[in-house]
Design a protein around this ligand. Structure first.
Ligand SMILES: [Fe+2]
Length: 228
């Protein structure tokens, strides 16, 4: 379960020294991987590195980069000022990283909840049923399929794909789905506020994310990276 005291703050100690740099680089990425495996997310305050792409690339292949800003010209949800309910992004993104260039002066907090906690609370027949419930795919890439299971077991671990607005109408009253969603609503969630130079990385197959409405100055600018 996500607990505020469990947030792992790592201040990456970058060095200009090449000899020291390599070892620190390895150590840091290992530590990030370890935290992602254990907690499902890493929140790095004062990342201290403007060339963030180079570091993120060490976690995997960047398959999509998106500017998360408030824009009335773009019609997608990510560029709206609306609050967003808990969801995963595209299933091909194993990890999502957000680097903050600027935060609005009111709202815009990130919200995280551990889907695995809600899943583990369910009886076995409900867990099995969730593997049979397919959500519409949010099609982005050419080879995207029509639908994706809510839960896929890989090495006996559940991997999640979830957005309420992509659930088929006939599945919304399914007892297993209702119980899973109730768990998401009742379990502890984290609310984080990214400030300039903070980096948040989550396991997109486990930690569902959302946000509060972007109010105030609305000059919020995050870079979002999908990492396969
Ligand atoms: Fe998202």
């Amino acid at each position: 379960m996500l607990q505020r005291e469990n947030i792992l703050y790592i201040r990456l100690q970058l060095t200009r020294s090449l000899s020291m740099g390599n070892s620190l680089l390895t150590y840091s990425i290992d530590k990030i991987h370890s935290a992602l495996n254990t907690d499902g997310f890493v929140f790095l305050k004062n990342f201290g590195e403007k060339n963030v792409v180079t570091r993120i690339h060490e976690l995997g292949t960047i398959i999509m980069t998106t500017d998360v800003t408030v824009s009335s010209e773009k019609r997608n949800l990510v560029n709206s000022s609306l609050a967003l309910d808990f969801h995963t992004d595209h299933h091909k993104a194993r990890y999502i990283a957000w680097y903050c260039y600027k935060q609005t002066d009111l709202g815009g907090e990130s919200k995280l909840v551990d889907a695995r906690t809600s899943y583990e609370q369910l009886p076995e027949d409900y867990k099995k049923r969730l593997q049979e419930i397919h959500l519409f795919e949010h099609k982005i890439f050419d080879d995207d399929s029509e639908s994706i299971p809510l839960v896929t077991l890989i090495d006996e671990k559940p991997h999640f794909y979830y957005s309420f607005w992509l659930v088929k109408e006939e599945d919304k009253q399914d007892p297993a789905f209702v119980a899973f969603r109730k768990g998401l609503a009742n379990n502890h969630f984290l609310k984080l506020r990214l400030e300039e130079d903070d980096l948040l990385i989550i396991d997109n197959h486990r930690i569902l994310h959302g946000r509060t409405a972007i109010k105030g100055s609305q000059d919020r600018f995050l870079k979002r990276f999908w990492i396969a």
